[in-house]
Design a protein around this ligand. Structure first.
Ligand code: HAM
Length: 452
């Protein structure tokens, strides 16, 4: 049967991501996946550089792990939502595997494998690319990069504050201030103790947290439905919503007789005092409705949001004291955060905090005709081996054209190599800023070193 379009040429609208390239095929990436053209990569590199700079300032060291892990690593502890978004498949060896949707399980696995030999506290960071099959929308894609910064082996409030402070300092380093963003925090163990007292059974806790996690995006009726689906009486579900809207003082009044609640309230007060001492009070707000969707958190939980609420969460993290043991390691406490590049990039663009991309050459070596190409190449490569950024014209075009290219490339100076220059061993060097010209020998040219 003849295929109706076989052999036909197509020219499809490029803005729809399709074009004719020999055979009919699409030029767009998969939905939710990004191409990083140079200008996009410049922003990504700026984000990565800033992440690394702040992590380094806090004394964290960089690590990485594999992008593909065994499926079980996530099904055991990450929580239903993320497991439902996995890119998983059976590999050719019959193993059930998944692309990493988050870094924490890999981090826990790696630390668990060597925990005995590592001095504590372990302070590591990473910048992995992660994959989640989400509905692509503003702030949510199917791949993203995340700064992960975690501490293992510490239960102190000071370590909670250290991690929170690092996340805030990262945003400050980008030029964002307390008017731009806020770190909302809570204590999952406190909420857990209150919920237990209200009669929420332990097994229903993960589903109750997953429902509360959506409280700021969904209607109250929706959250109440999820809570009753999780097995709560409708009266209890209502009480759960009400207590998470309470102030700390009210919680203390109503639940202060529960030792665990009292202990957690003391810890939250200490955290708040240390946040003040670190000079970060303007950047934080206690919010007991914040519980976080991931299943493994056990204490402090926090998220960074833009003040106007225009974007999705920029960053999320908390304490997960049981995870290392759950992945087969020793019982070591841990905490950290993940900050994605997608929402952060949107926020930086919105606040005009994206630095100008500059690709500038130091020198452009012009050769007047093809005969001078070998002489020009000697100069080009000698300058490059000094560490200078040097360009030249591959096609020996006219001198005027080469000047234009030098200008477009943002070259600081142009070196002209013509027949007389080669014969005399002296070259005209023109500053592209001032237009001033000097004649110099190759030795003088190279003696200038990397600074020119
Ligand atoms: P998470 O809240 O799932 O936490 O993700 C952290 C951040 O990654 C989010 O606040 C968001 O900026 C970004 N992010 C997550 N999913 C997407 C997506 N589909 N597209 C774009 N950005 C996204 C975790 O992943 C925890 N493992 C963080 C952690 C580290 N907790 C302790 N240590």
């Amino acid at each position: 049967m003849r295929r109706p379009f076989a052999g036909r040429r197509f020219l499809l609208p490029v803005e729809r991501g399709a074009a004719y390239i020999g055979v009919l095929m699409t030029t767009s990436s998969l939905p939710g996946f990004r191409d990083f053209y140079p200008a996009d990569l410049a922003l990504r590199s700026h984000i990565f550089r800033t992440w690394r700079k702040v992590a380094d300032r806090y004394g964290f060291v960089e690590y990485d792990g594999p992008p593909l892990e065994s499926l079980e690593l996530y099904t055991r502890k990450s929580g239903e939502e993320i497991v439902g978004q996995l890119y998983d498949f059976v590999d050719q060896g019959g193993r059930e595997v998944a692309l990493r949707p988050e870094m924490t399980p890999t981090f826990a696995r790696m630390v668990a494998a060597r925990a005995g030999g590592l001095p504590k506290p372990i302070k590591w960071f990473s910048v992995p690319q992660l994959f989640r099959y989400e509905r692509p929308q503003k702030g949510r894609l199917r791949e993203h990069f995340q700064l992960n910064l975690d501490i293992v082996g510490e239960t102190s409030v000071a370590s909670d504050v250290e991690v929170l402070a690092a996340s805030i300092d990262v945003l400050r380093e980008f030029g964002l201030g307390p008017e731009d963003f806020v770190a909302r925090y809570s204590d999952r163990a406190l909420i857990s103790a209150v919920l237990l007292r209200l009669g929420v059974p332990e097994p229903a806790m993960p589903a109750a947290f997953a429902a509360l996690d959506k409280a700021d995006r969904e209607s109250e009726a929706w959250v109440l439905d999820r809570l009753t689906e999780a097995g709560l009486e409708s009266g209890t579900a209502r009480r759960v919503l009400d207590v998470t809207a309470m102030e700390l003082g009210d919680l203390s009044r109503d639940f202060g007789d529960v030792p665990e609640v009292e202990a957690r309230l003391v810890r939250v007060a200490e955290l708040s005092a240390q946040i003040d001492a670190a000079g970060l009070a303007d950047y934080v707000a206690l919010d007991l409705r914040l519980v976080r969707g991931l299943a493994y958190y056990t204490g402090l939980v926090f998220e960074l949001w833009d003040r106007k609420g225009k974007f999705r969460a920029i960053c999320g993290g908390g304490r997960y004291d049981d995870l290392l043991e759950a992945v087969g390691g020793p019982a070591l406490p841990a905490l950290g955060f993940g900050m994605g590049d997608v929402v952060l990039g949107e926020l930086l663009r919105d606040r005009d905090l994206v630095p100008e991309t500059e690709h500038t050459l130091d020198d452009f070596v012009i050769h007047v005709s093809p005969e001078q190409l070998p002489a020009a190449l000697r100069i080009v490569h000698s300058l490059r081996s000094l560490g200078r950024r040097v360009g030249f014209d591959y096609r020996s075009r006219g001198v005027g054209r080469q000047f234009k290219v030098a200008n477009q490339a943002g070259a600081g100076r142009v070196i002209v190599v013509g027949p007389e220059e080669v014969e005399r061993g002296e070259y005209v060097v023109r500053s592209m800023d001032t237009g001033a010209e000097t004649k110099v020998s190759v030795a003088e040219l190279l003696a200038g070193g990397a600074d020119g």
